[in-house]
Design a protein around this ligand. Structure first.
Ligand SMILES: NC(=O)C1=CN([C@@H]2O[C@H](COP(=O)(O)OP(=O)(O)OC[C@H]3O[C@@H](n4cnc5c(N)ncnc54)[C@H](O)[C@@H]3O)[C@@H](O)[C@H]2O)C=CC1
Ligand SMILES: O=C([O-])CC(=O)C(=O)O
Length: 325
């Protein structure tokens, strides 16, 4: 019997990440080379025409797995029956905007989208928030979806994870495939903590293979500030690498992995207050993320995890004050 296609909804579909993402989803890289998909493209009214142009190009690829494309400016339509939702569309920070302005603008986007997911998505809906500030946008959406299991709302730190793999691989002159157990903790922001104290290369702990000054003064800031460095170099924020990370996140969530990084609702593990959507070392088993337990956290790591978690708490408090959750 023919397999029912999986409905994948992408918001901000006409944006630069959307353009890098949709073709890869349609080609089977998001879920697997044997899984048919339908795409639902959600945009604001002014960008619907551009999304239609992207849909024309998707048609022109004649992807064997692509069974339909829907384009809409109505979240209730876009999320109706959705199995996977990639929330990419967001208001980017502009000159003169404070964090609070950004949180408020995005609350207006992610609250209604969370509600539409709650009311219309399929029972197995999985949500990945890419739009910044990703962790707190995910929290806002989740808080508007009380009927959806809380752990189905996640935010993307896989790009940070991949950046960390690449930086370490270059430093040690090893292929990224030889690096195991990389971990990003905390917020997808400059306070994030890429942790090499549990990372293994050839069976050795990575932090012991590099000098402390490089770890502290080069590796951590390079990974944490890579987004800004890309903007500086390219004149636009990361797009293909962000789309690639979104593909990695969902593929591993659905198909399983023994170790990666994802921002998922905290259950209180490692002193991260329950409910915050914070990045952890995670495995995925039977389609569910699990926080990897039992890691020793030394004072160096503790201080950095706590700083990033504090920022997440401040963001949560700010959106509470704004009445967004
Ligand atoms: N978590 C991560 O690692 C990363 C996150 N990002 C974030 O991803 C977001 C998207 O980035 P780009 O694609 O480069 O931006 P972009 O500006 O090229 O595209 C955003 C699209 O979202 C649409 N949009 C705005 N409000 C919407 C709404 N309410 N519903 C549906 N669509 C809406 C816009 O019309 C636009 O087409 C930004 O917030 C960016 O900061 C970017 C890179 C990495
Ligand atoms: O920094 C930005 O604005 C885009 C982003 O999230 C990243 O590249 O990590």
């Amino acid at each position: 019997m023919a397999q029912t296609p999986v409905k994948v909804t992408v918001t901000g579909a006409a944006g630069q990440i959307g353009y890098a993402l949709l073709f890869r989803i349609a080609s089977g890289q998001l879920l697997g080379a044997d899984v048919p998909v339908t795409l639902s493209l959600l945009e604001i009214p002014q960008a619907v025409k551009a999304a239609e142009g992207t849909a024309m190009e998707l048609d022109d690829c004649a992807f064997p797995l692509l069974r339909g494309i829907e384009i809409t400016d109505d979240p209730n339509v876009a999320f109706n029956g959705a199995n996977v939702a990639l929330l990419v569309g967001a208001m980017p920070r502009k000159a003169g905007m404070e964090r609070g302005d950004l949180l408020e603008a995005n609350g207006g986007i992610f609250g209604p989208q969370g509600k539409a997911i709650n009311d219309h998505a399929a029972d197995d809906i999985r949500v990945l928030v890419v739009g910044n500030p990703a962790n707190t946008n995910a929290l806002i959406a989740q808080q508007h979806a009380p009927d959806v299991p809380a752990e189905r709302f996640t935010a993307m730190t896989r790009l940070d994870h991949n950046r960390a793999l690449s930086q370490l691989g270059a430093k040690l002159q090893v292929p990224v495939t030889e690096i195991k157990k990389m971990t990003i903790w905390g917020n997808h922001s400059a306070t994030q903590y890429p942790d090499l104290f549990h990372t293994e290369v050839g069976g050795k702990i990575a932090a012991e293979l590099v000098d402390e000054a490089w770890l502290r003064d080069t590796f951590i800031p390079t990974v944490a500030k890579r987004g800004a460095a890309i903007i500086e170099a390219r004149g636009a924020s990361s797009a293909a690498s962000a789309a690639n990370a979104a593909i990695d996140h969902v593929y591993d969530w659905v198909n399983g992995t023994e170790w990666t990084s994802a921002a998922i609702p905290s259950d209180g593990s490692y002193g991260v207050p329950e409910g915050l959507i914070s990045s952890f070392p995670v495995a995925s088993r039977n389609g569910k993320w699990e926080i990897i337990q039992g890691l020793e956290i030394d004072a160096f790591s503790r201080e950095r995890i706590d700083a990033s978690v504090r920022e997440l708490e401040e963001e949560r408090e700010a959106v509470r004050q704004l009445g967004l959750i």
